[in-house]
Design a binder for this molecule. Sequence first.
Ligand code: COA
Length: 277
Amino acid sequence: MNVNPHPRSSPSEVLAAHGSQGETGTTVSQTGAFPFTSATQPKRADLPFTVRIVRTDEQLERAVRIRSEAYSRHLPPLGELLGTPETIDRKSDAIVFLAEGKIDEEPLGTIRIQTNFDTPLPLEDSIKLPDEYKGRPLAGVSRLAIKAGPRGRLVKLALFKALHRYCLAKQVEWILIGARPPIEQSYLDLGFTDTFADKQLRPLSTAAGIPHRILSFHVFSAERRWYDLSHPLYLFMGNRFHPDIEIFSSVNNMWARPRTRGKRLRQEKKHIEVPIV
Ligand SMILES: CC(C)(COP(=O)(O)OP(=O)(O)OC[C@H]1O[C@@H](n2cnc3c(N)ncnc32)[C@H](O)[C@@H]1OP(=O)(O)O)[C@@H](O)C(=O)NCCC(=O)NCCS
């Protein structure tokens, strides 16, 4: 059942609506080349929400809330099933991003990422990936869910930026996703392509055997592809500094601690673990 009252928007429409395009309102020049002037150098852009890695049970509950709400819009029984955290949410090779409104702290969107560094991706239970993915560092994406309407669309792009940055940092080569029609179009808009040349749907045991289109995203070359395509996401992904998108807030080292503690840290030299080179 499709009860979403909001028509789909392309990434460029979403970015235009939120003033997140280039300084002059254009994302690309008429020639297709990006206008690299001082005005388009990386610029701070504040978002009306934050995107962070879930680190506590309470944050996971909030991610689960928006997950359940979003899936219930289309598949009420699945939405109900997703009303509680899943085992995979707490696995060491999985992380969950959560977007929350800055003012009301309302959960607005979430996405889960699992790497194959220790075990194969869950979708590999159902499909044999083409040879080019064999032995490569992969990330499987699941449980993307966003608030309905225009507010959610910008959240989706921000979650995607978090996903891409996280995968770059983790040296993931390919992001993989199983998407059901018509949702696959959302991923194709972002730059995903078919993992299999035949573009056929394949049943996934992780999704009750429902056929999915398997899509991939090559992480390292994304910047070049967006640039070559004059893709509307280019500036948002690479030429804007979004301090509200925090992908490493959970890293436990001295640099992750608040800057205000810097003075104290300098005084407590014996606690600082810095390799001497
Ligand atoms: C998937 C999602 C993040 C995409 O957001 P978006 O890019 O803003 O796109 P929309 O919400 O407009 O959805 C695109 C189309 O897919 C449909 N759709 C979205 N989720 C769907 C679902 N679970 N089942 C069937 N159709 C769905 C929408 O109704 C819409 O159809 P339309 O173009 O005919 O109106 C969002 O729809 C969502 O949160 N869905 C629920 C959770 C979900 O299904 N996640 C899938 C993970 S692969």
